[in-house]
Design a binder for this molecule. Sequence first.
Ligand SMILES: Nc1ncnc2c1ncn2[C@@H]1O[C@H](COP(=O)(O)OP(=O)(O)O)[C@@H](O)[C@H]1O
Ligand SMILES: [Mg+2]
Length: 249
Amino acid sequence: MTMAIQTKGVCMSFGALTVAEDINFELPVGARHALIGPNGAGKTTFVNLLTGRLTPTSGSVFLGDLDVTHMSQADRVKHGLGRTFQINTLFNKMSVLDNVCLSIAERENISNQFWSTAASQKRIIEESLELLNLLGISGDAKVLAKDLPYGKQRLVEMAIALGLKPKVLLLDEPAAGVPSVESHRILQAIDSLPSEIAIMIIEHDMDLVFKFAKQITVLVQGKVLCEGTPDEIANDRRVHQVYLGEGHE
Ligand SMILES: Nc1ncnc2c1ncn2[C@@H]1O[C@H](COP(=O)(O)OP(=O)(O)O)[C@@H](O)[C@H]1O
Ligand SMILES: [Mg+2]
């Protein structure tokens, strides 16, 4: 199987605190994967290790066949790695459309000459509107990012990530803080993404996780506790212990 992204023996410590311990993780092309685990398990740290925001203390990260362990975040994005953050990173004073246009211009390396040619402007706007349409928010294209309800802001973040045409998309709690009415739209949006993109989602809402994921990794105290299909995970005694707090080491 071709791996979109994988780690080999990844370890990460912050001083005396170990937050990733010998993680061997594989995300195949086209994966629909969830990473779950209690607060503080090291999920966001792991995403940061994949994206290059952090460099592992030891071990390697591969994007396709390429060893990207020491590659910058920006270069990883150019090689097809997209992400959304647990915390909003929109340009608040720009319209929704401009936020997405900027990401596409960035992908094409023309963000510094953004409005230079009418032709590229038109093409970028069209592509942005298509993305907003895919996410069900094209009606808000002209609204300033800061004036959108939070749930829609998260959808704009996804549009921005998609504007970079990622091969791998890492979603860190895309529905966090989003009212449940709107969180369904986020799931719908994720469902409508092109099937060849490998997607990994970090999510606490187990309904959402079980609807979305074909494969689940459970992370506890920086270690992979187990991995399996939703059925396997739902029936795993160790997972129950972690979530119910019994016998939790
Ligand atoms: N930059 C950092 N410096 C020191 N400790 C950190 C840093 N980032 C995260 N941690 C710690 O690492 C652990 C894992 O955090 P995190 O990856 O955010 O967990 P999760 O996303 O699973 O809730 C936590 O104990 C957190 O306090
Ligand atoms: Mg987190």
